[in-house]
Design a protein around this ligand. Structure first.
Ligand SMILES: Nc1ncnc2c1ncn2[C@@H]1O[C@H](COP(=O)(O)OP(=O)(O)O)[C@@H](O)[C@H]1O
Ligand SMILES: [Mg+2]
Length: 258
């Protein structure tokens, strides 16, 4: 593996249909180092989801280049994990079998997949719920299952599109703390889209701010907080206040309204 984990170079994404032409992203350039945690914030419709789809190869750039670990992205990439706002679990399969779906799709060796599933179940605090069906799990637990499924094949890049948007505030805080720990344990590179400025700052090394459509990088904030972060104390740090204020000022009313 060489170079940046994710490299987006002067990218434009246009959606053309008979009815309208939409430029979702324009002149977007960003770089993510291997192992970095980067959040993407910006108003609704500014192209955040488009940016993740672009990184995964699910969507082609209209112009510009996308590279993962130095390799051009020309189609859907297998070496990524994806987590969405909805856990999208199969209702008839247990938590464990939902996690193992990833292994079946990738035809991973069964033993290796089972061992990794057990590790992840333990890491995400799902032990004891392996056999539960999705409807028997809370929203937070369902997202943990989705996270385990996304991490099963040890992807070097994890893409998360508003993964905690549907959770209540307390569960969301707890998931933030757990995600930070899991990120440290796995060493994976994370690109997280979120509407929560606090979540972005608490979790990230860098926060990329995208402007209203057509989306472009309006600024990048380095979060100079220690690696070891403790939810309450971290939020009380002057650096936390500084970073959140900076982002809020930059995004202005658009972010405040969301
Ligand atoms: N497949 C598509 N076809 C046409 N327009 C799209 C498509 N996907 C996204 N768009 C448009 O691109 C813009 C950015 O969308 P999106 O990336 O979903 O924004 P965000 O995730 O920031 O809310 C929006 O105006 C949206 O309507
Ligand atoms: Mg979106």
């Amino acid at each position: 593996m060489a170079g940046y984990a994710v490299e987006i170079d002067d990218v434009t994404v246009r959606f053309r249909s008979k009815k309208r032409d939409v430029t979702a992203l324009t002149d977007v350039t960003m770089r993510v180092e291997p192992g970095e945690f980067v959040s993407i914030v910006g108003p609704s419709g500014c192209g955040k989801s488009t940016l993740l789809k672009l990184s995964s190869g699910l969507l082609p750039a209209s112009t510009g280049d996308v590279r993962l670990f130095g390799e051009p992205v020309n189609g859907p990439r297998k070496d990524i994990g994806y987590v969405f706002q909805k856990a999208a679990l199969l209702e008839w399969r247990s938590a464990r079998k939902n996690i193992l779906l990833q292994a079946e799709m990738r035809k991973m060796p069964a033993k290796e997949a089972a061992a990794r599933a057990d590790e992840l179940i333990e890491m995400t605090g799902l032990s004891g719920f392996e056999d539960a069906l999705p409807h028997e799990l809370s929203g937070g637990m369902q997202q943990r299952v989705a996270l385990c499924r996304a991490l099963l094949h040890r992807p070097p890049v994890l893409l998360m599109d508003e993964p905690f948007g549907a959770l209540d505030a307390l569960t969301r805080e707890q998931m933030n703390v757990e995600l930070r720990r899991i990120w440290q344990e796995t060493g994976t590179t994370v690109l997280l889209v979120t509407h929560s400025i606090a979540e972005a700052v608490y979790l990230s090394d860098q926060v990329v701010m995208i402007s209203a459509r057509p989306g472009t990088v309006a600024g990048v904030v380095d979060v100079n907080l220690p690696v070891e972060r403790d939810y309450g104390p971290t939020m009380a740090e002057p650096e936390f206040a500084k970073a959140t204020r900076h982002i809020r000022d930059h995004l202005g009313a658009a972010a405040a309204a969301e």
